[in-house]
Ligand binder design. Structure first.
Ligand code: SF4
Ligand code: SF4
Ligand code: SF4
Length: 272
């Protein structure tokens, strides 16, 4: 039974968040929302323990589709970075700001970039593409993320400064158009660089939050040097080019780890 502790623990954590937010915000939505996400995450962890090959993908599709279709399209909640700025500027601590606080700003202190491996609806689609293992060396163009980050901030700030009416409707369309653009750019880059996660590595504005916070992540993949035979397989198959055999926090591309577990599953010596 001990091996099933992680999924139970995950579910309890999410339930604690669900119940706390439900009672403090007096809104049943939070109970449903975080219970569902907690169930999806726990199911993924459970299936992973059972060595089911697509465990991560199941969680990723369950959470990603729920957020994209139910929260984004049906409930008109802009969960992109523009939505975060929008709610922050209006001073409303509601869904998008809570989502960012939990998944992308403070959560990474515990679970690193688990969001990127198990929940993001952009990567949910990109992970279907053929280049799961990057076929080309990493490019030095990660600075683009700061430009996309600034564009999102300036866009929302300009709407407020210009006192544009019906910003909520604009935010809905910004969500739809933004996602179409993200998917298009993500797919084109994946084929151009032969790397499914090229968008994540160079363009995604959310990494401006995710990378520094995940540097301190409690949950990390570590290498047992006693067992490792330096075959290099883990680093060859890592979709994010993490130098995973280096245990220091400063390891190369250390803040890129999405906890996909490909390295641990493929290590011939169970050293990770
Ligand atoms: S880097 Fe951005 S696009 Fe990629 S998985 Fe993370 S949040 Fe999603
Ligand atoms: S795959 Fe395992 S044995 Fe090979 S280098 Fe990585 S940690 Fe070491
Ligand atoms: S393969 Fe390992 S090091 Fe690379 S992203 Fe996945 S879990 Fe992290």
């Amino acid at each position: 039974m001990k091996k099933y502790f992680p999924p139970i623990f995950m579910f309890v954590i999410f339930e604690a968040v669900a119940i706390t937010l439900w009672l403090t915000k007096d809104n049943l939505f939070y109970l449903f929302n975080f219970s569902y996400i907690g169930f999806a995450v726990s199911l993924g962890v459970f299936l992973f323990i059972k060595k089911y090959k697509y465990a991560r993908r199941i969680t990723q599709l369950m959470v990603g589709l729920y957020m994209l279709v139910y929260l984004g399209i049906i409930s008109n909640e802009n969960m992109q970075i523009e939505g975060f700025w929008y709610y922050l500027f209006t001073g409303v601590f509601e869904a998008a700001t809570i989502h960012y606080a939990v998944a992308k700003i403070f959560g990474p202190l515990i679970f690193g970039r688990g969001w990127c491996g198990y929940a993001c609806w952009t990567a949910m689609v990109l992970d279907f593409l053929p280049y799961k293992v990057p076929k080309e060396p990493r490019k030095k163009i990660g600075w683009i993320r700061y430009i996309t980050f600034a564009i999102a901030l300036v866009f929302v700030a300009a709407l407020f400064l210009a006192k544009v009416g019906n910003i909520e409707r604009i935010m809905f369309w910004a969500f739809i158009i933004g996602n179409v653009v993200y998917y298009a750019v993500g797919i084109i880059l994946a084929f151009a660089f032969k790397d499914n996660r090229a968008f994540c590595k160079y363009i995604c504005p959310i990494t401006v939050f995710l990378k520094p916070m995940s540097y301190f992540s409690l949950i990390r993949i570590k290498c047992d040097k006693e067992k490792c035979i330096s075959c290099g397989k883990c680093e060859r198959i890592c979709p994010m080019n993490v130098k995973v055999t280096d245990n220091s926090r400063r390891r190369e591309n250390g803040t890129e780890c999405i906890l996909c577990m490909e390295c641990t599953m493929n290590c011939p010596k169970d050293a990770l």
